[in-house]
Design a protein around this ligand. Structure first.
Ligand SMILES: [Zn+2]
Length: 329
């Protein structure tokens, strides 16, 4: 009875529903995209969900992250998501990790010896983790869906190892990218992107014809653009199988400095223009002390024009999270 409306939908049927029941999906990042997609997939009857997130729920998340309520503020997102999803459905098995996904733990978390994950949803907020997932997926031949959203705009791409381009064929790492914390985000675009992501996930899991293009939506303008993405024949990841992020070669250089909880993160590349743009963006959302060669934001971040950032945080996980939110990478 539970899935009756989905089973009478001609593209899914009873057989498709059984297949979904046997599927497992990993969701990396439980912000607006990840929590919404996880909810849709749990309700749709996916058998197993693996949830990974390093952050805790904040009041400013509730505008768009539909799995969380006021009672969850301060709780780890992965735990709060597990609690909510198990109330929605006792059918779905949930494994959760309150952790920062990195090259050292990705193998353990995805423990492929026991069971191969059918699909990974990339719902993270930074390119470093996205490229790590990209490396892992290409190496282990696991399909994944890239999703991102800021302001009123969002992107979605189905990355199918061996068939489509991978993220490194068309995305390049840079510091100072816009983030939800610096330019804002509408809950309508995250709703649209996560709905599309859950929909593509179901099609991929059922081997149905799925989207081959990179999708771009601007919900404020009601604009949808399909962008054809060619495989890059000299792509370092999918063509040359040089897994720079999975091997740790490119993982962000974060070091704990002496003294009170200060971490140093070195950006890959930041030029004068990016530094000034970042400064202007941060000035709009908080207190910035400008010292010329460096700026201090809200007494928590000190960003240098050479790309170094000092972050005041309790631990490495929180330092990386804060960095991704405000500097963006
Ligand atoms: Zn590639």
């Amino acid at each position: 009875m539970r899935y009756a409306r989905q089973e009478i939908f001609k593209e899914i049927g009873k057989k498709g529903q059984q297949k979904l029941r046997k599927s497992s999906v990993a969701v990396v990042g439980l912000g607006a995209l990840g929590s919404n997609s996880a909810e849709l997939l749990a309700r749709a009857g996916i058998g197993k969900l693996i949830l990974i997130d390093r952050d805790i729920v904040e009041l400013s998340n509730l505008q768009r992250q539909r799995l969380f309520g006021e009672n969850d503020v301060g709780k780890p997102k992965a735990l709060a998501a597990r609690e909510r999803l198990s109330k929605i459905s006792s059918d779905v098995k949930i494994k959760f990790f309150v952790d920062d996904l990195n090259f050292e733990n990705i193998g353990k978390i995805f423990n492929l010896k026991n069971e191969k994950i059918g699909l990974i949803l990339d719902c993270t907020d930074n390119l470093e983790t996205r490229f790590l997932i990209n490396d892992f997926s290409i190496k282990n031949e696991i399909q994944f869906i890239y999703s991102s959203a800021v302001e009123s705009k969002g992107y979605l791409f189905n990355a199918i190892p061996g068939k489509t381009a991978c993220l490194r064929c068309f995305l390049h790492e840079a510091a100072g990218l816009d983030t939800c914390d610096t330019v804002g985000v509408l809950n309508t675009i995250t709703g649209l992107i996560s709905s599309t992501q859950a929909n593509e996930a179901i099609k991929i899991l059922l081997n149905k014809n799925h989207e081959k293009n990179l999708l771009f939506f601007d919900i404020w303008k009601n604009e949808l653009i399909k962008i054809k993405i060619e495989k890059n024949k000299s792509c370092i990841c999918c063509a040359k199988h040089n897994f720079e992020y999975l091997s740790g070669k490119k993982s962000s250089r974060i070091i704990k400095l002496c003294g009170d909880s200060i971490f140093q993160i070195k950006a890959k590349n930041i030029d004068k223009k990016q530094f000034n743009e970042l400064k202007n963006k941060l000035k709009k959302i908080g207190k910035v002390a400008d010292f010329g060669h460096c700026i201090n934001f809200e007494n928590k971040l000190t960003i240098f024009s050479d790309g170094r950032t000092l972050v005041k945080a309790k631990n490495e996980k929180m330092a990386k999270s804060f960095y991704s939110k405000f500097v963006g990478n």
